[in-house]
Design a protein around this ligand. Structure first.
Ligand code: BGC
Length: 252
């Protein structure tokens, strides 16, 4: 197998695709974005993926890695919080394998994005210990790494907060919905970080997702014992992570 793998990041608004060079962790193609169909049923999503592959990656025949926003155990979805209910209990890995006619490896979107950051991110991440990667967007995705080993499906955005879950209060969608300043959002997020500290005592938290680019606007509000840094891979982490995850699985 070549070391250039197609990665797909399936999200609530967009489906992003690109080929990653595994050695460097860099995309060797553009990162193409297609709109997620509404409703985003498995059949509708797979037809967008097929169209994208036909249009942009016609010559690609290797394995495919895929990040999906749900709990994924052995390729099967065990939740469907921000996605169409018809994904629940679906064996996504097998479904995509049959539809796309190649080997497909599926994992939680935040897990694969965190996997990319751990493998290719800044040197300070190479420290040993517990690292929590959070991707902040529509929801809050999380990935846990201990000494570089991933503990999948952590779903730390679903910790209980007041009468709901944290992601409804501290996601980027919540910031826009409540029309609050970055500083106020930073204070909210600080409460969340403190909660994570009580439960996990992490060595470091990495903030990913679109919001990582605005880190300077809210990070002054953080008052926690551990280091908090913005992700270094930015937008491409989901796609790169999906590729590198597939590579690691395929290689066994
Ligand atoms: C989902 C997670 C996902 C995160 C980011 C949450 O709502 O439950 O599985 O990782 O959103 O997409």
């Amino acid at each position: 197998m070549g070391k250039q793998i197609l990665g797909i990041d399936i999200g609530g608004t967009g489906i992003k695709l690109g080929i990653t060079d595994i050695e460097s962790g860099k995309l060797i193609t553009e990162r193409f974005k297609y709109l997620t169909p509404k409703p985003a049923t498995p059949d509708a999503v797979v037809s967008v993926i097929k169209k994208a592959i036909n249009e942009k990656f016609e010559d690609y025949s290797g394995p495919i890695g895929c990040g999906f926003p749900a709990i994924i155990k052995d390729g099967v979805a065990h939740s469907a919080t921000n996605v169409d209910q018809s994904w629940f209990k679906l064996d996504i890995e097998n479904f995509l394998k049959q539809e796309l006619n190649t080997e497909v490896f599926v994992a939680n979107d935040a897990d694969v994005a965190g996997f990319a950051e751990i493998n290719y991110g800044s040197e300070e991440i190479k420290d040993k210990g517990l690292i929590i990667f959070l991707t902040v967007g529509t929801g809050i995705g999380s990935a846990l790494f201990y000494d570089g080993v991933m503990i999948p499906n952590s779903e730390l955005g679903h910790l209980w907060y007041k009468d709901d879950i944290y992601e409804k209060h501290v996601s980027n969608v919540a910031r826009k919905r409540d029309d609050i300043k970055w500083s106020e959002w930073g204070q909210r997020f600080n409460t969340y970080l403190k909660h994570l500290d009580r439960l996990f005592s992490p060595k470091m938290v990495i903030i990913g997702g679109g919001i990582s680019k605005k880190f300077h606007k809210y990070s002054e509000e953080f008052d926690v014992e551990f280091k908090v840094i913005p992700a270094s891979l930015k937008n491409e982490a989901g796609v790169v992570g999906a590729s590198v995850y597939a590579y690691s699985k395929f290689e066994g």
